[in-house]
Design a protein around this ligand. Structure first.
Ligand code: HEC
Length: 150
């Protein structure tokens, strides 16, 4: 039994390592420093606020859509800029836990438009510089109950 447990633990570790260090991992990915103020202006110019709100920018016309997804806020996971870049250039990669699946299109892709032909790399960098600090990591501490032995 213990060896089976070890094997399962090892497989788990290896698959995690695969994600972290594999050829498709974000390791080594670094953006140059962006300008958050310009990023905020870009957020409005590209009409991201048709569906989203973010710090200092309310959603443009909430009644016009059924998508209301505020960006930023508290999360138990660090929202890295790699994750944000992925959300922006590959919106169907991972559906937001905060969005009901019903919001996806029929082919299961995201309803967020693909901006890759419209956005410059500089705009992407500034957008991420604006959005990333809006995500706050909260630490969930495991409960501290002692084991109860009757
Ligand atoms: C037509 C609506 C729409 C517009 C416009 C839009 N998005 Fe989105 N966005 C979505 C939806 C829907 C999701 C949820 C994606 C998903 O996970 O499908 C999303 C997810 C995201 C996420 C991930 C959020 C999370 O909590 O995981 C980011 C970041 C984001 N969008 C940024 C942007 C930026 C930047 C723009 C403008 C360049 C933009 N979006 C424009 C609909 C939109």
């Amino acid at each position: 039994m213990p060896s089976r447990f070890c094997l399962a633990a090892l497989c788990g570790l290896l698959s995690m390592a695969g994600c972290t260090f594999g050829p498709e991992s974000p390791r080594g990915f670094a953006l140059p420093k962006g300008d958050a103020e310009v990023g905020q202006a870009t957020f409005e110019e590209l009409r991201c606020h048709d569906c989203h709100s973010a710090e200092g920018v309310p959603q443009r016309d909430p009644a016009a859509t059924d998508i209301h997804l505020p960006l930023g806020g508290k999360s138990t996971r660090v929202t890295t800029y790699a994750a944000l870049v992925t959300s922006i250039i590959n919106p169907s990669h991972r559906f937001s836990a905060r969005m009901p699946r019903a919001v996806a299109k029929e082919d299961d892709s995201s309803r967020m438009p693909v901006y890759n032909e419209l956005m410059t790399v500089q705009e992407l960098i500034d957008l991420v510089a604006y959005l990333q600090p809006q995500y706050e990591v909260i630490v969930v501490s495991p409960n501290s109950y002692e084991t109860y032995y009757p």
